[in-house]
Ligand binder design. Sequence first.
Ligand code: PNS
Length: 165
Amino acid sequence: MSRKAIYPGTFDPFTNGHLDVLERALNIFEQVDVVLAENSQKQTLFSVDERLEMVTEVVRDLPNVNVDVLHDGLLADYARQAGANAIVRGVRQVKDFEYEFQMSLLNRHLYPEVTTVFLMPNVKYTYVASTIIREVSMLGGDVSKFVHPYVLDQLLQKRAERRAH
Ligand code: PNS
């Protein structure tokens, strides 16, 4: 039996906390595919192509990882078509739980063979969320401890573009 998981998210941008969760997932599953949601409910700072490029760069040296985009449609359908029987989600704090609980049960309703697995990142990433990384970085703060150097470059570029306007 192949143990394949998908690790979905908006990843705007992909942080070291996401990487930590991905590495933990790779200790459990044979294959983990990072799946970027294009049409997230959220207004994103980076386009889907930019996010795809960043994640691809960050995971470049990790074996058994593919990066893909969910352009449209349901994650449950994507998981079924990809032959994945697990969805990995990182949880940092209790407040994450309600939303994750709903998604997990809804995804199971839509695709009963799929199980959502919650992983906790290293405690040093408990307060690292893409939202706060974006905000701090766009306001000129140093986020180099929380993102891969490639992602940091992209954030700095985005900040410079915004300041030029
Ligand atoms: O990183 P995020 O923004 O918390 O990830 C949320 C995501 C992308 C996993 C979720 O919005 C999602 O699965 N979207 C795809 C559409 C879908 O299947 N929605 C129903 C979820 S029960």
